[in-house]
Design a protein around this ligand. Structure first.
Ligand SMILES: *[C@@H]1O[C@H](CO)[C@@H](O)[C@H](O)[C@H]1NC(C)=O
Ligand SMILES: *[C@@H]1O[C@H](CO)[C@@H](O)[C@H](O)[C@H]1NC(C)=O
Ligand SMILES: *[C@@H]1O[C@H](CO)[C@@H](O)[C@H](O)[C@H]1NC(C)=O
Ligand SMILES: *[C@@H]1O[C@H](CO)[C@@H](O)[C@H](O)[C@H]1NC(C)=O
Length: 615
């Protein structure tokens, strides 16, 4: 049998080298300062005002750093930079498909060494917000679900479905028990002060109704039943069942109100930027606007803010979701993809955090009194019985600076800004005024210890070895089980001598309908064309003339999945690949329907990996 085309497909994702630039800081943390606090029964609770950690209400500043999106070598430095930036808490999701690549086979090594990551946060003296999910969305492949879950008989994702709930509970318990075994919950003297079950389920519940509500109640009860000694949140979940705290995600959350007046006002995702998709723009959020939104959240009674992302990092290997989410997950975050502070953003937020911290005792011990200072200007004043007083002076006008008078003093407020007065007198910070600091980034050569890792995704040729022959077109992920991005669909088109395949100089038109995400079409080893879908609509159609010859023609379709969708309803129904129909139009004998023909299939399961050292 003849051999098909041999191609080396340009890798859309993966092939990202790990550049441990941050080694330049050769950070050393003091492992003795580990906050292995006393074994006195510690605890985390909450009231209407704030989380209460060891009996104290806290205003907490948090930032997302996802452990598999950087290398273990980077972690201590990222955590230290977060601490230096004024953070109290590191927030991370837990990535189920990284931890359980096949049912019951767990992986917690290297970039997936969750315990090590949490212990590093603890050693730095910070807290952890552990978002177990285990659905995470996160622009992560399949939203963090292992692909094998799709093939569990009878499964329906994220609803009142027994096989799904059983799998979700098993994994959630696995993680909670692992944390308990290492004494990592605050109630055990560890750093985890908060957890999360599910993720942004509100919109799904709204769509699916009663079974969604039942599932949400089940998830909350299941989580609370695990007895971690620390509160759970559900984000974007307006009816989060007690005692789970509903929290806000968004660019602005100042007007968010939790569903009970005995729950604190918390912001689980303050978006610092946005993710990129292949071919898309690089998003940017000005730090002035970010600081303004955070200051407004705090002045309106908020007590927990998490930056999503504080360090976005990299979607290594085949972990990006989508389809078409980019390899970089930089997110325009305060710490850039390579671990370096994004100077202006990082520093301005650090200054904001210092100002907020100066207000903490007044903030936690009183409710705000709101005074009008003008048409679009307000003062939010916090006065504690102790005498502590803090004020936030806000100018909501997007265009005009305003002079306001507060307690007999004059203050200049730039447009769209908040000034913070930790003693109700001195404005120590304004969200629109960037401090004068400018420190240049220092780059230092690394010497000879720098190791590179590179991945080479070889697609097998479309020859006839190791193929499976089936009648009809098969769903791609069912065959590849996502062990590879690539699947060949191959068939022979036989043109009999009496068949005219060229009419008025026109070859017949091949039409291929695919569920996505990209497709290369070859005829007799010649590339005939490439089509691809997009993030919003992964589906694609190839429609072009096909250069046929008399006799046997080898049609080879290389279908490519570039990240499984991470958001939406009914994950069990999502498909990829050439589902058809496939037709050929313009032959003498009329339209040929190739859909139910015999097709051969070939998966790339062996992806060569090469390692090299640079000296
Ligand atoms: C602050 O407001 C809450 C209701 O949101 C109320 O329960 C609490 O007693 C108030 N605290 C003070 C000090 O007035
Ligand atoms: C602010 O200025 C923009 C144009 O720069 C204008 O479109 C907008 O209406 C103004 N808004 C207010 C509240 O004056
Ligand atoms: C997966 O493929 C097999 C045949 O290989 C088929 O029997 C099964 O129905 C498919 N399952 C799904 C979910 O597509
Ligand atoms: C081709 O065959 C498939 C499978 O039988 C069918 O669903 C499809 O409608 C047919 N398409 C055309 C254009 O005849």
């Amino acid at each position: 049998m003849g051999s098909g085309p041999k191609v080396h497909v340009q890798t859309l994702r993966g092939a990202k080298s790990v550049m441990a630039v941050m080694l330049l800081l050769l950070l050393s943390w003091d492992s003795c300062s580990s906050s292995s606090s006393s074994s006195v029964a510690a605890s985390v609770t909450y009231d209407h005002r704030a989380l209460i950690v060891n009996g104290k209400r806290r205003i907490l500043i948090s930032g997302s750093i996802h452990y598999p999106r950087s290398t273990p070598g980077m972690w201590p430095d990222l955590i230290q930079k977060a601490k230096d930036g004024g953070l109290d808490v590191i927030q991370t999701y837990v990535f189920w498909n990284g931890h359980e690549p096949s049912p019951g086979k767990y992986y917690f090594e290297d970039r997936y060494d969750l315990v090590r990551f949490i212990k590093l946060v603890q050693q730095a003296g910070l807290y952890v917000h552990l978002r177990i999910g285990p659905y995470v969305c996160a622009e992560w492949n399949f939203g963090g679900f292992p692909v094998w879950l799709k093939f569990v008989p009878g499964i329906v994702f994220r609803t009142d479905n027994e096989p799904f709930k059983a799998a979700m509970q098993r994994f959630t318990e696995k993680i909670v028990n692992m944390m308990k075994a290492e004494n990592l919950f605050e109630s055990q003297g560890g750093p985890i002060i908060l957890s999360q079950v599910e993720n942004e389920f509100g919109p799904v519940e709204w769509e699916i109704g009663a079974p969604g509500k039942a599932y949400s109640k089940w998830a909350a009860d299941m989580a609370v039943g695990l007895g971690t000694g620390v509160p759970w949140v559900m984000c974007k979940q307006e009816d989060a069942p007690d005692p789970v705290i509903d929290t806000c995600n968004g660019y602005y959350c100042e007007n968010f109100k939790p569903n009970r007046d005995y729950k604190p006002k918390m912001w689980t995702e303050a978006w610092t930027g946005w993710y990129t998709e292949f071919g898309g723009a690089i998003p940017h959020r000005p730090v002035e606007d970010l600081a303004y939104s955070v200051a407004r959240f705090i002045q309106n009674g908020g007590s927990f803010v998490n930056y999503y992302m504080y360090h976005g990092g990299t979607n290594f290997g085949r972990t990006s979701g989508g389809p078409f989410i980019a390899t970089s997950y930089d997110y325009d975050a305060p710490i850039d993809e390579f671990g370096l502070p994004r100077e202006k953003k990082w520093r301005h937020l650090k200054d904001l955090h210092e100002a907020i911290k100066l207000c903490e005792s007044a903030l936690v011990s009183s409710n705000a009194t709101v005074l009008s200072l003008g048409n679009k200007q307000e003062a939010h004043v916090f006065t504690a019985e102790s005498g502590a007083c803090a004020a936030f002076l806000a100018n909501y006008d997007p265009n005009y600076s305003v002079k306001v008078t507060f307690r007999g003093r004059q203050y200049d407020l730039p447009p769209w800004s908040v000034s913070i007065l930790p003693d109700c007198k001195t404005a120590v910070f304004n969200t629109a005024r960037i401090g004068a600091q400018s420190s240049l980034m220092k780059m230092t050569p690394l010497g000879k210890t720098f190791s590179w890792q590179s991945y080479n995704e070889e697609t097998p040729s479309a020859d006839d070895s190791d193929t499976t022959e089936m009648e009809g077109l098969l769903e791609q992920i069912n065959i590849t089980r996502d062990a590879s991005d690539y699947l060949w669909y191959m068939t022979d088109i036989v043109i009999e001598p009496d068949e005219a395949f060229l009419k008025n100089g026109q070859y017949p038109v091949l039409t291929v309908w695919s569920a996505g995400h990209a497709l290369h079409v070859f005829i007799n080893s010649q590339l005939s064309g490439t089509v691809y879908g997009g993030l919003e609509n992964p589906k694609l159609t190839f429609n072009d003339n096909l250069k046929l010859n008399a006799g046997i023609n080898k049609l080879s379709l290389l279908s490519i999945a570039v990240g499984l969708p991470n958001v939406g309803l009914h994950f069990e129904t999502w498909n990829a690949g050439v589902l058809g129909p496939v037709t050929l139009k313009g032959l003498n004998s009329g339209t040929w329907n190739l859909t139910n023909w015999k097709w051969s299939y070939k998966v790339c399961t062996l992806c060569a990996c090469s390692f090299s050292m640079i000296t």
